[in-house]
Design a protein around this ligand. Structure first.
Ligand code: SF4
Length: 229
């Protein structure tokens, strides 16, 4: 059953100033997708209109501090690494996130965006690698998937399923086949921690010879979900 849609505070969505509400900016290792293992600066935007049952970033739903977009870019650059990941929450819930992404690309950085898949990705700068979720039934938010995003995905992008159960796996497997997803972009399947064992999911993928990449989130193995890591 879906949880009721959570509203992102209107002052976040409608801010007229070139600034964004930020929960945290920190240096760590990228824990997932194609750039896993690279030292990466994370820019975590505040707010999310979804309420996935397994969410591990609930602390980003509220609060945060306003930052000028140019100050965010300067903070990222002074960290001295090539990779930056804009994440949340749901970063696209703040419309000026698109400006931030463009400016980070203009600064010569290797930019990725982690998004829930519930909002339109069409306006994202083409230089950005988009890491898009497809929410499974057991996430509680399957009804929020914006399937119109799927034809927009390219080889630069990645699609991510977090699998909570065998039922989720079978649903995801059917979506992969129905939409021909591996021909568009890399598809990742991750086990939802404490719901499906990593080994079980790996065995299912191998048994089905599924053309997807299994992944475990490095940052959870290394730092066990500690905020800011
Ligand atoms: S989309 Fe991401 S941040 Fe939002 S509720 Fe789901 S897991 Fe949490």
């Amino acid at each position: 059953m879906n949880s009721p849609a959570a509203a992102v505070p209107s002052e976040i969505v409608q801010s007229p100033l070139p600034r964004l509400k930020i929960t945290e900016i920190f240096l760590s290792l990228q824990g997932e997708a194609d750039t896993a293992g690279w030292p990466t600066v994370f820019v975590r935007l505040t707010g999310c209109p979804l309420r996935c049952l397994y969410c591990d970033t609930e602390y980003a739903f509220h609060g945060g501090e306003w930052w000028d977009i140019d100050a965010i870019v300067a903070e990222v650059l002074q960290q001295g690494v090539r990779h930056v990941c804009v994440t949340g929450g749901e970063p696209l819930a703040q419309k000026r996130c698109l400006i931030l992404l463009q400016k980070l690309c203009d600064a010569g950085l290797d930019v990725s965006l982690e998004t829930s898949g519930a909002l339109d990705i069409a306006g994202v700068d083409a230089r950005v690698s988009r890491v898009v979720d497809l929410k499974t039934p057991d996430s509680g938010e399957v009804a929020r998937n914006r399937l119109e995003n799927l034809p927009l995905l390219t080889a630069r992008d990645q699609l991510k399923f977090v699998i909570c159960s065998r039922g989720d796996y079978e649903w995801a497997r059917a979506m992969v086949a129905e939409h021909g997803l591996p021909a568009r972009c890399t598809v990742f399947f991750s086990p939802s921690k404490s719901q499906v064992s990593a080994r079980e999911l790996a065995d299912w993928i191998v048994a089905d010879r599924l053309p997807v990449r299994f992944q475990m989130q490095l940052h959870k193995i290394l730092w066990n979900d500690e905020p800011g890591r």
